[in-house]
Design a protein around this ligand. Sequence first.
Ligand SMILES: [Zn+2]
Ligand SMILES: [Zn+2]
Length: 376
Amino acid sequence: MNKTSNPMKEDVELKFGKGLVSGYSSAVLGVLSICGVLCFRFPSLLTSEQFRAVYTQDFVSDLLFWTLVAAYVLGIVSYALNHSKVLAWIGIGTAFAASLLGGSRIEISPFESTPYSLGLDWFAISFLFSMLIFIPIEKAFALNKDQKILRRGWRTDLTYFFVSHLLIQFIFLWTNAFSGIAFAWAATEGLQNSIRSLPIWAQFLVATFLADLFQYWSHRIYHHAGFLWKFHSIHHSSHSMDWLAGSRTHLGEVLMTRACVMIPLYVCGFSEPALNAYVILVGVQAVAIHANIGINFGFFRYIIATPQFHHWHHAKDAEYCDANYAVHLPVIDMIFGTYKCPKGKWPEEYGVVSGEPPPSFLKQLMHPFRRSKPSE
Ligand SMILES: [Zn+2]
Ligand SMILES: [Zn+2]
């Protein structure tokens, strides 16, 4: 059987000239095109209220146009180069289906905004730009040069990426509701006015520090409370670090951590530009600290969490896995004595030291609720 006949196969070597890079690219872009067209057709169901505010219809129409063009061109290239043709057919077929559904000329259907919608727009745009930005950076500055893009576990991580983006609106509703119900008493007008009187850059720094402080302690508790560790061990179960690996986080942990991080942000009432800057930092850094990027960053690594800092947290090494809990500011780990980032060195192996969770998304979802085997 031809090794490309199953496009969802793991551990696939993508070499130029064999039609695989063009084939996978065409298939991904074709599927994203269908996502884009569906968002235009069913906006109240498939697009998120918050994310719609950050893009214009013209921008996504242009994006859809070039995505379709690239899917067709790469599909044809793959068809010419690869004997299997499966990927080419998927790419061209999905791009053709997206074209039949309206393509880039499609007008957004009239709709009523609802807070209960899926974030397919958030998934499609975020996935496209994460790939375009991080795959070339990882190729240029790879820590592990032999690591494949379609390495072991990519299907599980992609499922996490898809589900967590699709449910963004519900996660947002939950975190807001949690803070509103439990911490409305702490949000005094005097405190919020004094916070908002600070310049935006200062508000951004305070928001980042406080959010990471709350994240730090919830993260540290996950590592030391047996039941919570079963949720968090999912995040540590990736054996490879790259831009997609950080997506592997149990939905229960996403809800708990987001709620914890929201407490100081809600209570302090930071102004919108400062919060937007913080949200951008979270989006970029959550991907970047897991990336397969072997840059040491010199003194900068003491200022902000870098791949090296967070890779040590993922080390399959009992001496390092309970360290570096911060995700933005290493100074928080320095304050609490948990900073461990040996200069110029990187972990040799990633994963949990003991109690390995199962590999599939659904089994991982059930993992915290299953009894551990005695050997674990
Ligand atoms: Zn951890
Ligand atoms: Zn991580």
